[in-house]
Ligand binder design. Structure first.
Ligand code: HEC
Ligand code: HEC
Length: 462
């Protein structure tokens, strides 16, 4: 069980990293610093996986808005295969961009953000921050959720699947950008480890199991280097190349774009009767970042299960935030009231590269939305918010295990994946017309990066 007190420990390296690179969000200076460049090389390096066939970028593709870009997968189960064939994750990849801006996971016992709820809720904390749909990459280890997150995939059997973190460090130190690692972090770390690697390490790193034999001292060096690998990735993820802030909305803030009538209508509904900005807030984010369109809290929207997700077919029901809280001292008692809640994701880039945005582009991507990828278009997401509680349930029409396509064809919505804790205050029956639904989609399309040139200053105040 994790200890709560770790929430208050920020390691000195992490802190200096955050200060030196502004990992919160980077100034747009058009080029990457050495640590960001190092992180980028690691992020795109497919050799850092068991079969040397998968990098972070395989599931978080820039042109797709830093999510998975395989239309076939997105159109169905929406979960990605790892380095090893037939090993799947159980959730849809969220955006790797704007993840560094998430606050370190914490419980707000003051309930400041909940405001006007009934008295019973007064003592139930509101959980905020972290990375992953369930917040379990807290930032308690390395001082930034995205850095904690970056340590996971290399060793996760359904992702890059390496048997030992020493394999990652070995490959980074001995690889073509080993010198850059030395320059950025510590000229002696890799050199000292160079004497320590067992002769058969290459072969061992091609096996799914096993531990690389190292002395305690070298094991500590590996730990240290592995932290630096993660911090380098987080620095890249916090750079102006990833957290670009170059959408039409940023351009507008910089006085370089005028919204059209449909976008203005969408914005007004987003803030008004759509209630979207209750959770996808449009005010400035942590560190005075431009709007992230998330308040970093958790909610159960009553999203249906994705019947094509292999994990779901095997009986997996996503516990969301509860699955993480259960394992934390002091938080476990709040698991039940957080069952089925997923993190409010950023809406930046949700439409980027999508066939919805570019229907005539033959390279366009069918995208998937929500933690399980049930939805395949922003239009149907909006339609769900609008009509969840208005249409009949598919089950009442004797339609079971409906996909989005089947639900739309039959004008019904399937039951929620998790029926507990469904939010009925802010969605379900919004009374929006078709024109208003389309306007909301247009407004979200205005959140796609790439409108402003890279050299333009997107961070100017409005
Ligand atoms: C096989 C596909 C796959 C690979 C490879 C992969 N990821 Fe992910 N990533 C996912 C999935 C799925 C999730 C969500 C998991 C969850 O919530 O439980 C995720 C979550 C994340 C998040 C959290 C974003 C947020 O806002 O919560 C970040 C950041 C991220 N990945 C970065 C990386 C980095 C860095 C690497 C390489 C070290 C990587 N990913 C490798 C699939 C992948
Ligand atoms: C009560 C808080 C709340 C409100 C209000 C809300 N959302 Fe969300 N939104 C969420 C949460 C939580 C998720 C993730 C849920 C999940 O995956 O199960 C989400 C997911 C999404 C996604 C999918 C993003 C992705 O990366 O998969 C889109 C798009 C979206 N919301 C748009 C909207 C729009 C448009 C509105 C207004 C009509 C709105 N939201 C209102 C909390 C909210």
């Amino acid at each position: 069980m994790k200890k709560l007190t770790r929430g208050y420990v920020i390691s000195p390296i992490a802190l200096s990293l955050m200060l030196s690179t502004g990992a919160i969000y980077a100034e747009d200076n058009g080029s990457l610093s050495p640590i960001e460049e190092l992180g980028k090389k690691i992020y795109f390096d497919e050799t850092l996986s068991l079969r040397e066939n998968q990098a972070c970028a395989s599931c978080h593709v820039p042109d797709a808005g830093w999510v998975g870009d395989d239309s076939e997968i997105n159109a169905h189960g929406a979960v990605y295969e790892g380095s090893v064939k037939h090993q799947f994750g159980n959730r849809k990849p969220p955006s790797a961009a704007y993840a560094t801006v998430a606050p370190i996971f914490y419980a707000d016992f003051g309930n400041r953000l909940l405001g006007d709820n009934d008295g019973d809720l007064e003592f139930d904390p509101l959980f905020v921050g972290g990375n992953f749909w369930d917040g379990r990459a807290t930032g308690w280890e390395l001082g930034n959720p995205a850095a904690d997150q970056a340590q996971g995939p290399f060793l996760n059997p359904v992702e890059q699947a390496l048997p030992d973190m020493a394999c990652v460090v070995y490959k980074v130190c001995e690889g073509e950008y080993g010198e850059l690692f030395n320059k950025v972090w510590n000229p002696t770390l890799c050199r000292t480890l160079g004497e320590a690697w067992p002769n058969n390490i290459k072969g061992q790193c091609r096996q799914a199991d096993g531990v690389i034999e190292l002395s305690n001292q070298d094991r500590n060096r590996v730990d240290m280097a592995y932290d630096r690998v993660a911090l380098s990735i987080a620095a890249f993820e916090g750079s102006s190349e990833v957290n670009a802030f170059t959408s039409k909305i940023d351009a507008h803030r910089a006085g370089e774009y005028d919204f059209n009538d449909q976008e203005i209508m969408g914005r007004d509904i987003f803030r008004g009767k759509g209630m979207c900005s209750d959770c996808h807030v449009g005010s400035r984010g942590p560190g005075d970042a431009p709007p992230l369109f998330t308040d970093f809290t958790y909610d159960n929207l009553g999203v249906p299960k994705n019947p094509e997700n292999p994990a779901t077919i095997n009986g997996f029901v996503d516990p969301g935030l509860a699955g993480f809280l259960e394992n934390v001292d002091g938080y476990a008692e709040y698991a039940a009231t957080n069952l089925g809640k997923s993190k409010v994701p950023t809406l930046r880039n949700v439409g980027l590269g999508s066939c919805e945005a570019n229907p005539d582009d033959e390279d366009c991507i069918v995208k998937a939305y929500m933690h399980n990828g049930f939805f395949k278009s922003l239009k149907s997401v909006v339609h769900f918010y609008n009509t969840r509680d208005v249409k009949p349930s598919c089950e009442s029409l004797d339609i079971f295990d409906a996909t989005e396509e089947i639900a739309l064809a039959n004008d019904c919505w399937p039951a929620p994946e998790v029926t507990e804790n469904v939010n009925t205050d802010e969605l379900g029956d919004l009374g929006l017309t078709e024109e208003e639904e389309d306007a909301l989609v247009a407004w979200m399309m205005a959140m796609s990066d790439g409108y402003l040139d890279d050299d333009d200053d997107a961070d100017e105040d409005d």
